[in-house]
Design a protein around this ligand. Structure first.
Ligand code: FE
Length: 348
């Protein structure tokens, strides 16, 4: 080693020590700067999480809220001057859109790759899931047997002609599901499934997933496609009429090729031009901690992303199912093909 290299090594050591002591000051309540969140999640319970993060790190949290497409457009317009550090949204398909627009950057973090299973994050580290949801079936237990809906094929089968309620084709949840079916089955078989779904619709798509579950309760249809957390919210929420519906309308977890139910995520990534990159990574590590995964699950009724974090009540009552192991990063690149297929079949 030359003298100058020794000097540089020693200097690096000093800088590392400085960084450590700054971090200690921060965790003791000093000013460790800010992190700017662009978030499509709007839960009051998230505010408590942000406060705790500030208490633990000294990093202040600023929030910009909007839906995923609005935030994407805003980041695009802001370009290199964007103050966005972290982007947060639901659905791997939505995260892919932001990634595909070049608005996220890769992150290497031992904590993140340990906390989150490989199939629930971008292989290049541009986004990480912190909670999971399954896209499954709510069924009228007076008219449907659980065995009638234990595969995705059955949802599109003649057994349910005119008996299916489902939201519109532009819902990213449906685009991701069809994307997954294209990935699993290839386009021809996926197209047949989409055509079967359209043939089975009890009515033209309207409303969100909760409206489909309520329509099953009202006898409009025998089955509905829904994300798991919407059903769990109706079953455990404050509305007595909704709770009554869930005594008659039950949840089934169809299996894709015998490998489990279609699963999606809520996730977050570091913005491409993040001015506070280190704080952004710390925030992602915090989001994926067991403490936060549990809090999120409790409050919005998704499942924790990590298999090592047990689902808390009320989600635990619906957590005993097999999740398909397909990487959720497969959904986004299939979106355009999925939408074209759905539109051609008349799925509005
Ligand atoms: Fe949702």
């Amino acid at each position: 080693m030359t003298h100058s290299r020794i000097f540089l090594a020693a200097l690096a050591g000093v800088l590392a020590l400085t960084a450590c002591s700054e971090r200690e000051e921060a965790s003791a309540g000093g000013d460790a700067g800010v992190v700017n969140l662009y978030t499509a999640r709007h839960y009051d319970s998230d505010l408590i999480l942000y406060e705790r993060f500030t208490e633990q790190t000294g990093i202040r949290v600023n929030r910009i809220e909007g839906n995923a497409d609005q935030l994407l457009a805003r980041m695009q317009a802001e370009g290199e001057a964007s103050p966005a550090d972290v982007f947060i949204t639901a659905d791997a398909g939505a995260l892919w859109r932001v990634q595909n627009a070049g608005l996220l950057q890769p992150v290497q973090s031992e904590a993140l790759s340990t906390a989150i299973p490989a199939n629930l994050r971008d292989p290049e580290g541009r986004w990480f899931g912190f909670s999971r949801r399954a896209r499954i079936v709510a069924y009228d237990q007076a008219r449907v047997q659980p065995a009638d809906v234990d595969t995705y094929e059955e949802i599109a089968s003649p057994r349910f002609r005119g008996q299916l309620c489902v939201r519109s084709a532009d819902s990213v949840y449906n685009l991701s599901l069809v994307g997954a079916l294209i990935e699993a089955w290839g386009p021809d078989r996926a197209r047949q499934w989409v055509e079967g779904v359209v043939a089975n619709m009890a009515r033209p798509p309207e409303g969100g997933d909760r409206d489909q579950i309520r329509a099953v309760g009202a006898g409009v249809c025998q089955i509905a496609l829904t994300n798991s957390y919407y059903y769990i919210r109706l079953a455990s929420g404050d509305d007595a009429a909704d709770r009554e519906i869930t005594t008659r309308v039950k949840l089934a977890f169809p299996s894709l090729d015998g490998q489990g139910a279609h699963v999606n995520i809520s996730g977050a990534g570091v913005a491409a031009n993040a001015p506070n990159r280190a704080n952004a990574i710390r925030f992602l590590e915090y989001l994926t901690s067991a403490e936060v995964q549990t809090h999120v699950s409790q409050n919005n009724n998704e499942y924790p992303a990590s298999p090592n974090v047990p689902a808390p009540a009320p989600v635990d009552a619906y957590a005993d199912f097999q999740a398909h192991p397909m990487p959720v990063s497969a959904y986004g690149p299939r979106q355009a093909e999925a939408l074209a297929m759905m539109s051609a079949a008349g799925w509005r």
